[in-house]
Design a protein around this ligand. Sequence first.
Ligand code: ACO
Ligand code: OAA
Length: 378
Amino acid sequence: MSDELKKGLEGVLVAESSLSYIDGDVGKLVYRGYTIEDLAANATYEEVLYLLWHGELPTREELDAFRTDMAEERALSAETQELVRSLAEADEEPMAALRTATSSLSAADPDADADPTDEAANLAKGKRITAKLPTVVAAFTRIRNGEDPVEPREDLDHAANFLYMLNGEEPTEVAADVFDQALVLHADHGLNASTFSAMVTASTLADVHSAVTSAVGTLSGSLHGGANANVMRMLEEVDASGKDPVQWVEDALDNGERVAGFGHRVYNVKDPRAKILGEQSEELGEAAGDKKWYEMSAAIENYMKEEKGLAPNVDFYSATTYYQMGIPVDIYTPIFAMSRAGGWVAHVLEQYEDNRLIRPRARYAGAKDQSWTPIDER
Ligand SMILES: CC(=O)SCCNC(=O)CCNC(=O)[C@H](O)C(C)(C)COP(=O)(O)OP(=O)(O)OC[C@H]1O[C@@H](n2cnc3c(N)ncnc32)[C@H](O)[C@@H]1OP(=O)(O)O
Ligand SMILES: O=C([O-])CC(=O)C(=O)O
């Protein structure tokens, strides 16, 4: 047994996967052999889900059937609707609400009692969870604002239906396309922390709902998915301060703070998803006749690259993309989760297929050879 310690498991190979390939030195991301640029330009989120879960792109008939299946699973049980209402009325933090609601979905799942090795049941559960998360996020957001939830529509695609449920009106084609592309870009990313936590949970032969619930919790942290909302909070703070964005960031770094949306465990260059989202952010600004948010972000990007050698990750430009679409800041991370559910499910299916309990070990650094002191003598 080696005693070499790899803190944060950096660079440690723990599994084989056919899902996504990342080359962090050149900024390349591929899902099942297709580059992220190709998929963002051409695939819908449903096509990407099919690709991740079934291993190949669907034919038109397969995609139609898959979309119909997914759309039919969007509605929530009365119990989950009630739970979402109570969480929203209690003003629960959105990722905590999503984590709780995700866990509750097993109660009404027709395959809840299936054996964890039942592939068809696992796929069906994954499909139901992925179909329902947008309904949870939209209903939670509306109830919190004193509005009634909007029932899902089966005739709309996954992305368009979410915006419809969120805003109560059909999105424009541009908004639906931009959002669909964002979902495609966030769907999978190797063994990121939340995916790994889903795999660890699945490796005990716990069920798909448990694995995805673990992952939602893991995504919420500010070093991972939680960074997208923090990016926008930072930009709003910069704007309100009236300071030059570069000066603001310089001061924050001098105070020992981290700049949300920069740095990555795997990429040594700009995240390819940040490139695409940056273009989306700029185009949305151009269309609105106000590129303030994009320009502020671009100035920070240049400074961070030149002064710190740090490049933006996926969370940096998703923030201003969502902001310019009028999406509330604190649901950016739940939106990330809605998309990444597809990747979590795909990795969990892979884990069950060739399972071995995931159980690393720690080098013991605690006290040794202590002798027992009776409680009254301590
Ligand atoms: C979807 C995603 O999860 S993408 C990541 C989203 N998270 C963020 O954007 C939060 C900000 N970024 C970070 O905290 C980090 O870059 C992480 C957590 C993403 C990667 O962390 P690690 O691979 O563990 O790198 P680590 O934390 O060791 O950082 C290496 C060095 O870069 C610095 N650094 C890394 N990111 C940043 C940042 N955003 N701002 C300032 N300095 C940073 C660290 O201070 C450290 O410097 P040091 O060696 O002088 O102490
Ligand atoms: O891969 C990572 O560590 C984080 C990330 O970019 C993602 O999950 O999309």
